[in-house]
Every structure is written in structure tokens, then in C-alpha cells.
Design a protein. Structure first.
Length: 301
């Protein structure tokens, strides 16, 4: 299968868009899509937790704190940039939101847009399955482009050549914000409190949202580094794997970074679809397959 259509799609999605480009601000369409998707998910989780909280209270008056825009913005920024804020100082890497306010501004604006929408449908198979494609491509950009670059170009040769640092950074940047959120009741309708238990909204379970997100970050970053020979270790590992598979003569050639990112995006799409079907307990029966096909082709009757 040719990866050229997906490579071209990425090139188009990474171009600065108007009206931001008019003022010399580099904001691309895929970044805006990722921010809107991210803020939408958090609102859906928040509203679902509110409904469950009121249901548990029953006839008793429920303790519900009035939501504020500032709290919702802090929640989104903490989850998005929390992991980067943890690993950056440890490695001496400048944080993306310190030298420029554009990353923060994009998510603040996205949060405002999402909050302005009157009604957002809850998460369901019919909404999450198509959006799994979006998740795959936006996550590939994070795991293959944004995370590896500051590591492999680090001023310290030890850090730049360390595969463990690369994988650990991917793990922490992708998941650190969610663990911070798990320690504070950001998304719940109650006042902010500290709690050290695993939050009910992010259960770690086989094939669940958190489980897939947890291990896919270092896996995809490692796969990208293996294909592109981002560090000497990965070039040697690629050579060893090639030898084990029977290639003993030809030299192992690294893959083009754009092609490797496109391939990782397709893998992430498959992982996201699997996660969605497992999370919503889709049973592959004849009648349900028929209904799914009808939905995908646009027949709602």
C-alpha cells in the first residue's frame, strides 16, 4: 500500500492557516482539530460525571459546584501540558508554552468554542468510531514529531542517544497530565479536592481508554525511532531484527520520516478503532454488523 496520500495529507494539515498566518502566527489545521477534539472529550466526560453524580444522590440534594470557565481551562491545560511540565525540567528541555503563548492560546480558544456549543452528544459508538481516525492522525503527530525531536536533538549526547529517555519522555508527556488530573477532582461536579485513588473517569482496564493510551505512546514512538533510525540503538536493533528475519546480505535502510509517521498514524487508527469497539462492548453479531454498515454508508433509516 502506498503511503503517499497520507504523507500529502499530513503536509497539507501542517501548513499554517489563515487568519493566523496573516499575522505571522504558525497555527496549522491539525493542531486546531486536535485541540477541539481534546476539549470536546473533556466536556463529554465532565457532563457524564455530572449525570452520574446526580443519579447517585437520588432524592437528596447533591453537592454540585457551579462550573467556571477558568476551572475548565485549567483542567484542559493541566492535562495537555502536565506531562511536558514534568519531564522538561528533568531533561533541561525548554517547555513549549514558556517561550510562546501560541500553544496555550490555541487550547484556551478551543475550550471557549466547545463551551459555547449548546449541546454536545455523549460518547457513543456512532460518534467515537469515525473520530478514531482523527485520533490516530493527531496522536501520530505527537508521538512521531513533537516528542522525539527535542530528545534526539538534545545538547547532551547521552540524552540524545538514549532510547530509554526517548521512550520515558513519550510515556510521561502523553500520560502525565492525566495522572495529575487523577489526583485532583478536576472533572467532577464537586469542589476541587485531592484524592490519591484512581479516578472513576479514567479506569485502567484491559482494552480500555487509559490502558491503550498508556502503552501506545512509547510503542509508537519506539516504532517510529526504529523505522527512521532516530538513534544509534534503533539502527542496530533494526539490523538485528532484519538478520533474524533472514535478511543477511542487504544493508538495512532507514525509512523516510514522513512515511514512517504516516505508517504509525495508520497503526494508531487501527488501535483507536479497536479501543472504541472494546470500550463500547461492540458484539460482532450479524444484526449489529448490518447496522454498523448502514451507519457507515450514511443510511439512518
Amino acid at each position: 500500500m502506498s503511503l503517499q496520500p497520507f504523507i500529502s495529507l499530513y503536509r497539507y494539515a501542517l501548513k499554517p492557516i489563515a487568519p493566523f498566518s496573516w499575522f505571522g502566527i504558525e497555527v496549522c489545521s491539525i493542531e486546531l482539530i486536535a485541540a477541539l477534539r481534546f476539549c470536546t472529550i473533556l466536556r463529554q466526560i465532565r457532563e457524564d460525571l455530572n449525570v452520574k453524580h446526580l443519579r447517585r444522590a437520588g432524592d437528596k440534594p447533591a453537592s454540585v459546584e457551579e462550573r467556571s470557565f477558568l476551572r475548565d481551562v485549567c483542567t484542559s491545560l493541566t492535562i495537555k501540558f502536565g506531562g511536558e511540565a514534568i519531564i522538561g525540567p528533568l531533561l533541561g528541555i525548554p517547555l513549549s508554552f514558556v517561550h510562546s503563548g501560541i500553544p496555550l492560546s490555541v487550547y484556551i480558544v478551543a475550550q471557549a468554542i466547545v463551551e459555547y456549543i449548546p449541546v454536545i452528544p455523549p460518547m457513543s459508538l456512532s460518534t467515537e468510531l469515525p473520530l478514531s481516525i482523527v485520533d490516530g492522525f493527531t496522536r501520530a503527530l505527537l508521538h512521531c514529531s513533537l516528542i522525539p525531536k527535542p530528545i534526539i536533538t538534545h545538547a547532551s549526547p547521552v540524552t540524545a542517544c538514549s532510547p530509554w529517555t526517548l521512550l520515558l519522555s513519550s510515556l510521561v508527556i502523553a500520560n502525565g497530565g492525566f495522572f495529575i488530573m487523577g489526583m485532583v477532582t478536576f472533572l467532577k461536579p464537586t469542589p476541587l479536592t485531592l484524592h490519591m485513588s484512581q479516578p472513576a473517569e479514567r479506569p485502567i482496564k484491559p482494552y480500555g481508554w487509559t490502558a491503550t493510551d498508556f502503552w501506545c505512546a512509547p510503542f509508537i514512538t519506539g516504532l517510529y525511532a526504529l523505522l527512521t533510525h532516530a538513534q544509534p540503538f534503533w539502527a542496530e536493533l533494526h539490523s538485528v531484527i532484519s538478520t533474524v528475519l533472514g535478511n543477511r546480505g542487504d544493508k538495512v535502510v532507514s525509512m523516510d520520516p514522513e512515511a514512517a509517521r504516516a505508517l504509525c498514524a495508520l497503526i494508531l487508527v487501527g488501535m483507536s478503532i479497536t479501543r472504541t469497539t472494546k470500550n463500547y462492548r461492540l458484539v460482532w453479531k450479524r444484526g449489529e454488523i448490518h447496522q454498523l454498515i448502514l451507519f457507515l454508508i450514511g443510511d439512518r433509516h
